[in-house]
Design a protein around this ligand. Sequence first.
Ligand SMILES: [Zn+2]
Length: 433
Amino acid sequence: MRKVLIAVATMLASTAATPLLAETFAIQAGHLIVDAAKPERGASTVIVTDGRIVRIDDGATAPAGATVVDLRDRTVLPGLIDVHVHLTSNAGEPWYKGLTPGYSEPYAATIGLKNALITARAGFTTVRDLGGLPAASIAMRDAVKDGGFPGPRILVSGPALSIIGGHGDGTVGLNPDLRHAIDASGEQFWVCTGPLECAKAVRRVAAYGVDVIKFHATGGVLDDGKIGLEQHFTDEEMKAICDTAHQLGLKAAAHAHGPKGIAAAVRAGVDSIEHGTFVDDAGVALMKAHGTYYSATLMAFSGLQQYLGKGVFTANAETKGRATLAVWGKGLNRAYKAGVPIALGTDAAVYPHGRNGEELGLMVTKGGMTPRDALIAATKGGADLLGLAAETGTLDVGKSADLIAVAGDPLVDPAAVLKIGYVMVEGRPIPLK
Ligand SMILES: [Zn+2]
């Protein structure tokens, strides 16, 4: 019966695919940032047809038949990219929320759709969801892609691979009876031991149709584990995970806090280090040599600060949270000064969704980046890390129409991206209210 239902659902999904927009937009900008790394243009008009940028005119133009979008009092720029979100979770919910009646994987998908729209309204036209239940993540991604729900372009990892007792092992913090029951069910296939089992786990996650593989190279802050924030997977396990992902054409992202675990993940060939909290000089040198991206998730620390002591986290998580807060932004500053490639990632769901744009201000104040470099990380950096540089990240002719309008100049003031006046994702305007 389940198979039949799935077959019917697949047919419905394919017939409901959105037709191409037979529509041209003339986006009239007061100022236009085509590429955050280049000088901005004055008054310009971006012509968008069928979701693509087809031309950029000087001044305000309005080709016959085009829908004119008057943003002449705004700066128009490439849509922002967040490479680390958790759309299927909400911030501020107690750690046991997932164990309560009514919480299910279908319910998580609906949370994801709600948060996808909130994130698009904040000016983010592409996001990478790094960790969620597999079917919920895929359903959310595809529901937005099919055009039924407004949101950003979404890439998903599904569940992140973890060691037994690690950050992605859902039995951590539960009583022994519950632990045994969950282990015996075999449902946590992403918890693996040894290169062979980990390669198999990568393939099982990939078989869901995910876009990227995530693994927990080290311990994590927000679980109840007591085994620290240093290296969890062995060097050999990490190598098996990265090699298997790459062989399947998928990038690999490593959640990593401790310096030994960061270095091991980089040597294993991972494409990005997420958090990188305690990265040392040797680690950033290794990242630079390998071209490994750094995604600092400074907003996660802001979420920690907001919820510590409020009953949201367990006692062990609180202890780890205070340890990481003490070095907020230091890893990013070290990586930035060493010339490591940077992408904007925030860990949305650790703080309330929709505040993603505040990361740019933190990259400047805590990470020591210039506003321009923060904007480059938030546009071109993310596009490059995600393998989407030919599609988004700049407003070059031929690329997808992923653009936003803000008040002020984000090349000088990172807070300008908090004043969003217009958002377009793949040629579709996002309703802002
Ligand atoms: Zn995360």
